[in-house]
Design a protein around this ligand. Sequence first.
Ligand SMILES: Cc1ncc(COP(=O)(O)O)c(C=O)c1O
Length: 454
Amino acid sequence: MNTPLYKALSQLIQENTIRMHMPGHKGKPCFKPFDDIFPYDFTETPQTGNLYEQQGVIRDAELLAAKLYKAHDCHFLTGGSTQGIHAAFGTICSDKGAVLLDRSCHKSVAAACALFDLNPYFVYPDILEPYGFGGKLSIEKTEMQLKTHPEIKAMLIVSPNYYGILQDIPALSKLCHNYNVKLIVDAAHGAHFPAINIKSPIELGADAAVLSAHKTLPAMGQGAYLIMSESVDSKMLRQIESMVCTSSPSYPIMLSLDLARDWLENTNDYKLCAERVKEIRNFINTQTAFTALEPSKDIDLDSCRLTICTAKAGVSGHEICERLDNEFKIVCEMADDRNVVCILTAMDSESDFKRLKTAILDCAKGMKTVKTPDIVTDLPEPKQCISVRKAWFSKNKTISVKDAAGKICARPVTPYPPGIPVVFPGEEITPKHVEFLTKRCYNTVSEVLICTES
Ligand SMILES: Cc1ncc(COP(=O)(O)O)c(C=O)c1O
């Protein structure tokens, strides 16, 4: 094993030093569930390294991760991809910059706009039927925005998205760089890609990318990597990371990032997982009325992600998700009105897959293709009235969507599907938005937070 942080902490535990420093458990087994974890929960000392000072064994472990993801540098994050997204925007755009966003971005991006007073412009992904969620971003539409708004400093795209869809990073990065814009990739769901031969966002031309190791690798909750190319100021990134996170980064989380990277380099089990996912997708598409999302000429996909569309069988994803949980004790990652999403990794065994297959077959029993659901029409045009920052920090209240026309939205309103914010903070909620949310989104969003001062 090549795990510098794990090696150093294990050695310290063996040396049996008295810890006259925090954490207060002193590495001793105080509570049963933490018996094996407390000894590894250290604080910064000369032997344990220092995350924000870029020192010691933590730094050694980060450089190994940078090498795996073929990046210029890598920073460990103990505040999830959220922390990395905030740091990337804070570094690249500083205060009051303009940014171009994949409209299907995570809510942490809206929070970054509020924190750093960024002015967002958007590109909407094309909606994929019958799934109802966003697919690829159009290069032409992206270029149009870059041309129209030369003040844009950074673009953020989500690749892969929750449903496993990959964007054309080489084309988008080339385009961004032509306009002197940095490309940030939210690859929160793609930390396992090296094991299934998908190139890292940095290798494909991005300037910075976040990878939530805790989502698809066996790392602790909140553990993530921020990888970057030479084009980004690594020191400034680190400063902002420390600004938006605790000054006592968790050693168990960092240790798990070290161990997960080493494990990823040596496992073949993601390839096995991808084969099993391929088989189960084929099974769903040939043996049931459900539709499993598969790669095609227009769709590049994470080969480990299973997205099952239930819409053509006339049943909602929520309903099937509930049945999988209640009747088969299978808890899926998420469901929306048309789909169920399972995160599958190298940790899922053959028998887990078999159980899932049996359960899906049972849920689909007797179901026929009844109708193709209504097409999700284009989202209503946004109308930005005040800055995201002003909207985020203004006084606010929750009201029914039906009463929201004419009000200014305080937080992203994101029904699933399409998983794309219908209204973003600072935008006016128009009668068209109300109609879209009530008629098209099957009332999955019934209340919104609006600004009460502007
Ligand atoms: C696409 C996407 N980006 C970013 C995040 C935030 O990741 P984290 O939980 O690691 O902060 C999430 C979380 O679900 C996500 O789905």
